[in-house]
Design a protein around this ligand. Structure first.
Ligand SMILES: *Cc1c(COP(=O)(O)O)cnc(C)c1O
Length: 383
């Protein structure tokens, strides 16, 4: 017998989460998650799922029937799009301007697709002219994949224009809107996006672990006429369709994470109460306030003004400032989490998130105040 370890209940500290996600989860959502667990095929749970799907269609601005929360994090939503829509040998134009574009590329390769990479500098948006050129060179490309809001750099790309280019070429689109959904405009139907995935823990301010996804009729038609089976059993939409689309005669596919779904439901109720446009405006307003505060401290943004994401503010770490020391003092002395740089930007930038519930004026003031105490005093230009 291995004896039982003596470990007490876990008591997390109360932090202010201003990184790249998870963002602050309001108590109201945590309370919803603590309600009694019911069966995942209970008629009341089926009702809850239908409400989640309805509210997700609002968040995504789509009438797509196939819109649901995948029982797994955003990365699984990404993988679901690729394993279902890419068949071995398919040419896929994939845009890489940060970490998450790089992961899309990896998914194309692992799905057996032939990747055609459109590369842009980290911090820059996807260059639509390069995407035009890639389609001109490869008119048989079947898919265009891009990240709308690149969380590793804070840059937003022109999803409407990228989708227009793909549509003119008869290609389908896969869009990562993990960080944009609920924070900046996402318009699946108006833009004509065929497959998109998001995450519960960014601008929706729910706990991590669920990935809202949506697929157009064209995407479903492509999946139904595949010549090869989807290599992943869990992510095969042909199987998930049976579970999600037939309210009433639902069959067992996997056990849905019941209580996290209560949380997502509550997060979406809060989004509906506030209104999508109001939420976008709040994110824009608090970004302006943060920008003023950070610039007053002498910090410089990584991304050029027109492409900045209000919910993810990447600033260069000033010369001579110890990245890890500042972040650990913020955490230990202020209970404030901000994000470190990722990939090519590791050690060079901080990523300050104003996502969902974290996007509040008091958080902006708290963060700017804390940084002002830890950064060396700025020599005034007038002095
Ligand atoms: C966070 C994020 C993901 C991955 O989501 P997880 O829930 O961490 O798996 C994918 N793409 C982007 C742009 C993200 O910001």
């Amino acid at each position: 017998m291995i004896s039982a370890p003596k470990i007490a209940s876990f008591q997390p500290p109360r932090r202010v989460l201003m990184g790249p996600g998870p963002s602050d989860v309001p108590q109201r959502i945590l309370d919803a998650m603590a309600r009694p667990t019911i069966g995942h095929l209970d008629p009341r749970f089926v009702d809850l799922m239908e409400e989640i799907k309805t509210m997700l269609r609002y968040a995504f601005q789509t009438e797509n029937a196939l819109t649901f929360p995948l029982s797994a994090p955003g990365s699984a939503g990404m993988e679901m799009c690729f394993v279902n829509l890419v068949e071995p040998g398919d040419k896929v134009i994939v845009c890489v301007n940060g970490v998450f574009g790089g992961r899309m590329l990896e998914n194309v390769k692992r799905s057996g697709g032939v990747p055609l990479v459109v590369e842009d500098a980290w911090g820059a948006p996807v260059d639509t002219a390069k995407v035009e050129a890639a389609f001109a060179a490869h008119p048989d490309a079947k898919l265009l994949a891009f990240v709308h809001a690149e969380t590793s750099t804070g840059a937003q790309s022109d999803a409407a224009e990228l989708s227009r280019i793909a549509q003119r070429r008869g290609a389908l689109t896969i869009m990562d809107c993990v960080t944009s959904l609920g924070g900046t405009p996402v318009r699946i139907d108006a833009w004509g996006i065929d497959a998109a995935y998001s995450g519960s823990q960014k601008c929706l301010s729910c706990t991590p672990g669920l990935s809202p996804v949506t697929f157009s009729e064209k995407a479903i038609a492509r999946i139904k006429t595949r010549k090869t089976p989807v290599q992943s059993w869990f992510l095969d939409l042909n199987l998930v369709l049976g579970y999600w689309q037939s309210a009433g005669k639902r069959t067992y596919h996997h056990t849905a994470p019941v209580n996290p779904m209560y949380g997502l439901h509550e997060a979406l109720v809060m989004l509906c109460e506030e209104g999508l446009e109001q939420a976008w405006q709040r994110h824009a307003r608090n970004h302006e306030k943060l920008k003023a505060g950070l610039e007053a401290l002498g910090l410089k943004f990584v991304v050029a003004e027109p492409y900045r994401l209000p919910q993810l503010n990447a600033v260069s770490i000033p010369e001579g400032v110890d990245d890890a020391a500042v972040r650990s003092r913020l955490l230990n002395e202020f209970n404030l989490e901000i994000g470190a740089g990722l990939g090519a930007l590791a050690g060079k930038v901080w990523r300050i998130g104003l996502m969902g519930y974290a996007s509040r004026a008091e958080n902006v003031e708290f963060c700017v105040n804390a940084l002002s105490k830890l950064l060396p005093a700025r020599r005034s230009a007038a002095a």
